[in-house]
Ligand binder design. Structure first.
Ligand SMILES: [Zn+2]
Length: 318
């Protein structure tokens, strides 16, 4: 049987849009001030979960509320299952909206709401896709199970609870944010390294008194700065080398000599932490440049650590 999926979706367009708007109008932000035994993450999230589970019931899907932590909507037969991992909670709305964040206004063919893309819109898309499969009486050899998370944006207590009590799907995907699916997410680690500085370490021809780069853990630094003290002839030489280094690499930056200190700044290109190859890490580039010189021991250790262990973006360091 050949199915024109676009046509099937088109037939249901108005209903899909209206119910997606209804769903988006529920402010499903974590609010533990309204949490109860049945609604561990607060009233809004509970309402969103109920809304979707009721829709599941209306469609004669197998439906289960997993203690208010998660929900299951399932269709099909078979030992194996396909998990569709969705989440109903959204991050707080924040400021600066053109239309109210939970109004779900439509402008230029788009629905604007907190959660429209992450992740209530894709959740509804998955739900309606499953509904269409059912309405067309298509035979499924696996159970398709929507797993509805409710604490994804905060502490993942929803899936912790779910997997303690419910089955792990055989295979699965998460239609979260980008169309059509995200099948995996990269790990993220936020780490702070601390170096002890001993007094007698503070010897060297040059003294690195400050080094900073980046605004957030999950962004490629677009600017790095260093402050260096030392004999003025050495600083002048370093300044000259820096300018030549920038020219050689086709990069930009600034130097400034003031109060017996040399200030260097290196221009990078910002990018999201998940795609460092799209950016230019000002911090690692500046560290690689400075690591060729000899500073106090603590600074040498610090710079060498970056050079050896912090090649985040496969930069072409010279
Ligand atoms: Zn998400």
């Amino acid at each position: 049987m050949e199915i024109n999926w676009l046509f099937e979706v088109g037939k249901r367009k108005e209903k899909i849009i209206k119910e997606t708007q209804d769903f988006l109008r529920i402010s499903s932000v974590l609010d533990e001030s309204t949490s109860t035994e049945d609604a561990p993450f607060g009233e809004g999230i509970a309402r969103a979960l109920t809304y979707l589970l009721q829709k599941g019931e209306q469609n004669d899907f197998l439906v289960k509320n997993v203690d208010g932590f998660a929900g299951i909507i399932e269709y099909g037969k078979g030992n194996e299952s396909v998990g569709i991992l969705c989440h109903l909670d959204v991050v707080p709305a924040g400021e600066g909206w053109t239309s109210p964040p939970f109004a779900a206004d439509i402008r230029d063919g788009r629905i604007y709401a907190r959660g429209a893309i992450d992740n209530k819109g894709p959740t509804m898309a998955a739900f309606f896709a499953l509904s269409i499969v059912k309405e067309l009486n298509l035979e499924l050899h696996k159970r398709v199970r929507m797993i509805l998370g409710t604490d994804e944006e905060s502490n993942w207590r929803c899936v912790d609870h779910y997997f303690k009590h419910e089955e792990m799907p055989t295979i699965g995907f998460a239609p979260d944010a980008d169309f059509p699916i995200i099948h995996a997410e990269k790990g993220i680690t936020d780490v702070s390294f601390l170096w002890g500085v001993k007094k007698d370490d503070e010897v060297g021809m040059l003294f690195l008194s400050a080094f900073e780069a980046g605004e957030r853990f999950n962004m490629v630094p677009e600017l790095a700065r260093a402050t260096i003290k030392g004999e003025s002839s050495l600083l002048k030489e370093l300044e000259k080398n820096f300018q030549k280094h920038l020219l050689d690499l086709g990069h930009t930056g600034k130097t400034e000599m003031s109060g017996g200190e040399l200030h260097l700044s290196y221009d990078g290109v910002s990018a999201h932490g998940s795609t460092p190859e799209n950016g230019l890490n000002a911090g690692t580039y500046l560290a690689h440049f400075l690591a060729k010189d000899n500073f106090q021991q603590a600074a040498n250790d610090y710079l060498q650590f970056i050079v050896k262990h912090c090649d985040f973006d496969g930069g072409d360091y010279k």
